[in-house]
Ligand binder design. Structure first.
Ligand SMILES: [Ca+2]
Length: 75
């Protein structure tokens, strides 16, 4: 497996982890989430774009990862 794919998988896990952690923090009430969108309000101020683009980011990462995995392990 080449390093690019390993890096991609790492990025996917990291990004997913951030989304998961945001949900965990807000659901357990560890951070303030006044608007109830499961994103810590303190994060939203600085990284709102990161959460707004969640669907797009995951889609692009999935497509890129799928493309390179498909190239490395052809059926
Ligand atoms: Ca919020």
């Amino acid at each position: 497996m080449n390093e690019f794919i390993v890096t991609l998988i790492f990025i996917v896990l990291l990004v997913s982890g951030v989304y998961f952690y945001a949900g965990y923090l807000t659901r357990t009430g560890k951070v303030e989430d006044a608007d109830g969108n499961f994103i810590p309000d303190s994060w939203e101020e600085k990284f709102g774009w990161f959460f707004n683009a969640k669907g797009l980011i995951m889609l692009v990462l999935g497509l890129v990862l799928g493309y390179f995995l498909g190239n490395s392990f052809p059926l």
